[in-house]
Write a protein that binds this ligand. Structure first.
Ligand code: ZN
Ligand code: ZN
Length: 241
């Protein structure tokens, strides 16, 4: 083992074993900084998630203090009933808020039997605060997620920048780099305005006027047109050519 190996280990906050960094998930969202990793090793997280789902299904089954340790007996307990209907109700009193994040929400079963159309934003049901969860990945493949309001979520799906994953979640289809590459290839590196070679992305409805970075609102443009158009609308700009 060399120095770098030693540097890249971390003690799990739950089982207290020293494990390689790769055994810890990267943080996402607001708490992510550089190489920051989560406190619980993957093994512990898995167990905590399983416990959490049971807890959600029936809060009386698990006492708070048992969550902090590995309770194999609990994990081996046979499933009672269908946890899906209970887990779907949102009035859960879950004391273990630290792991009650994306992972669990992602796994929560949704309206049974109804097949979602990934391109139909009218299926989205916002949280009580009117928010929808959006997830995506960065150019380097890091996963991120954020809450956006329903209106924006609907626009992003309508304009083909995202798809509906479930009634509370959409997934952004392109990272920044992917998006650029996609638009340029789609438009054949041809400026939408003058037909010359183009390799920049322009917003038809400028962002300053509420336009979004979506396939439907973006086109390939040459540098000159892009700069000349700036934040004028297409009508204004084309009228002046
Ligand atoms: Zn652990
Ligand atoms: Zn042009």
């Amino acid at each position: 083992m060399n120095d770098t190996d030693l540097l890249s280990t971390k003690q799990c906050a739950y089982c207290h074993k020293l494990k390689p960094l790769t055994e810890f998930r990267r943080r996402t969202g607001k708490r992510s900084k550089g190489q920051s990793r989560r406190g619980a090793c993957r093994e512990c997280r898995k167990q905590r998630e399983t416990l959490n789902i049971k807890l959600t299904a029936n809060p009386l089954l698990v006492k708070l203090d048992t969550i902090q340790t590995h309770q194999h007996t609990l994990l081996e307990r046979p499933k009672e009933g269908k946890p899906s209907s209970a887990a779907a109700s949102s009035g859960q009193s879950n004391p273990n808020r630290r792991v009650r994040g994306l992972e669990q929400r992602r796994k929560r079963p949704h309206a049974q039997g109804t097949k979602l159309n990934p391109e139909d934003p009218t299926q989205l049901i916002p949280s009580t605060k009117g928010m929808i969860l959006m997830r995506g990945h960065s150019d380097k493949g890091r996963r991120w997620h954020q809450e956006i309001d329903l209106e924006l979520a609907i626009t992003l799906v309508r304009e083909h920048a995202a798809i509906v994953v479930n009634r509370r979640t959409i997934r952004r289809l392109y990272s920044n780099k992917d998006f650029r590459a996609y638009i340029l290839a789609r438009d054949n590196y041809t400026c939408y305005f003058c037909g010359a070679y183009g390799d920049t992305i322009d917003h038809l409805l400028p962002r300053a006027k509420g336009g979004h970075t979506t396939p439907d609102n973006c086109v390939c443009a040459c540098t000159l047109c892009n700069q000349t158009k700036a934040d004028k609308s297409v009508e204004d700009f084309m009228g002046r050519i």
